[in-house]
Design a binder for this molecule. Structure first.
Ligand code: TXA
Ligand code: MG
Length: 343
């Protein structure tokens, strides 16, 4: 059975951490909060422990995991060839939602963390619970998002419970995560660096510090994806999801026309439209119009709520491909499998 311990209230916290540390040191897996999404951690130097992550998630074993560290200086224990611009990024943005991919130092991180890769992605999460756990453990944690493979990443402990109940021994509950989409994955082995996955740290913030970077194409299927995770169908809701312009008339008309075909419609959209789009069978607000941070924070929860309804179709209002909107739109396009609503 899966146990949940809450570390929100500072009561009994050290016992809760000790339980997590004991499980991890014995080769087990533990779910814990980061500032982006919940992660499912195992000690990154222990191949048997790492294998338990793949088993619990049902994750394809060729998709590499991110290694989490509790101190910036630890990066040199696990990688080689850290370029000058990476040091700038670490100084400015760690701890934070930025994963940097470097060449591996041979023989330190377990082989199955990055199967067949010469590289490893490292990040220092900006969450007090994650940092406390990493420091008490004093070991690196390999940790993908703590969802079953193919589900949206968990932004609350209850999402982890829904997906992994009975499959993992412990969830450390630190409340809702803040950023809500995963970290930006930036490959530092290319010149210029390449954004393999847009995420919580914006391209604008990276370029401000190190100049122009490459980005993998927006449209899936155009190029062979370099972040292997991008090739799998991800974040797929149970009913078809269509992206639609963030315009209340357009959404109202779409809802009506779908309902005329006998379909029940769930809408994911800005707070403001919840009043005007009142014909929708379900309306899940994701924050004020054009507030991309709020949309990032609320999107995965809204997709999970859609899965709990009997909706036949989901309409999700889009945002701009700027700032954290790039990550939001990347995830929405995947959830939609590229589909836009056209009547
Ligand atoms: O915010 C996050 O990054 C969360 C939290 C828990 O830290 N973790 C997360 O991990 O999203 P995961 O495994 O769900 O996604 C990792 C992504 C995948 O797309 C994977 O293919 C890519 O990073 N990745 C990891 N290591 C890589 C490497 N060495 N080269 C290229 N891509 C890599
Ligand atoms: Mg994931």
């Amino acid at each position: 059975d899966t146990e949940i311990v809450s570390v929100d209230n500072h009561v009994g916290n050290s016992l809760s951490y000790q339980r997590a540390v004991d499980i991890l040191k014995n080769g087990g897996v533990v779910a814990f909060p980061t500032e982006t999404v919940y992660g499912l951690g195992a000690i990154a130097t222990d191949a048997d422990a790492v294998q338990r992550i793949f088993d619990a998630k049902g994750r394809p074993s060729d998709n590499p995991l991110i290694v989490h560290i509790g101190n910036k200086e630890d990066v040199d224990k696990y990688v080689v060839d850290v370029p000058e611009n990476a040091k700038k990024l670490m100084d400015a943005y760690w701890p934070g939602p930025l994963t940097l991919v470097f060449n591996k130092r041979p023989g330190v991180i377990a082989e199955n963390v990055t199967p067949g890769f010469e590289t490893v992605g490292i990040r220092m999460p900006d969450h007090p619970v994650a940092l406390e756990l990493l420091r008490k453990l004093d070991m690196p944690l390999a940790a993908p998002s703590a969802n079953r493979s193919g589900k949206p990443s968990p932004t609350e402990a209850v999402h982890v419970m829904t997906d992994l109940q009975g499959r993992i021994p412990l969830i450390v509950d630190g409340g809702r995560t803040g950023v809500g989409v995963e970290s930006t994955v930036l490959d530092m082995t290319t010149v210029p660096p390449t954004i393999l996955r847009p995420g919580g740290l914006t391209r604008e913030m990276i370029e401000e510090l190190v100049g122009p970077v490459h980005a993998e194409s927006k449209v899936s299927g155009e190029d062979a994806p370099k972040a292997p995770g991008m090739k799998y169908m991800h974040y797929a809701p149970e009913s078809p999801l269509y992206i639609i312009q963030a315009d209340e008339i357009a959404i109202q008309e779409a809802v009506q026309s779908l309902q005329n075909e006998g379909k029940r419609v769930a809408v994911i959209g800005p707070d403001e439209f919840s009043v005007t789009v009142d014909e929708a069978d379900w309306y899940f607000p994701v924050g004020p119009l054009r507030d991309q941070e709020a949309m990032a924070a609320n999107l995965y929860g809204a997709i999970r709520q859609c899965d709990l309804t009997d909706a036949d179709v989901i309409l999700a209002a889009e945002t701009e491909w700027t700032g954290v909107g790039a990550a939001v739109m990347n995830r929405l396009l995947k959830a939609a499998d590229g589909k836009r609503y056209t009547d």
